[in-house]
Design a protein. Sequence first.
Length: 74
Amino acid sequence: MRVVVGIEEGHDVDSVSEALKATGARSVQGPAPSLPDVVVADFPEADIDRTLKGVAALSGVRYAEPDEMQSTYD
């Protein structure tokens, strides 16, 4: 399951990426030059609500939402 993660202004993208990996992300991609405050984290298939709430609670995370272009869920 891929999760789009917005980074709060003033927070280090690398530290948020490391926190995402520590919470179970298999990989973290980004940011892209056109979206310098957004990364995409890939998590093993799991409870989407629980994953999103856990990611959103991390320091430096502005928002977390499923990547609807890549994720499939009920």
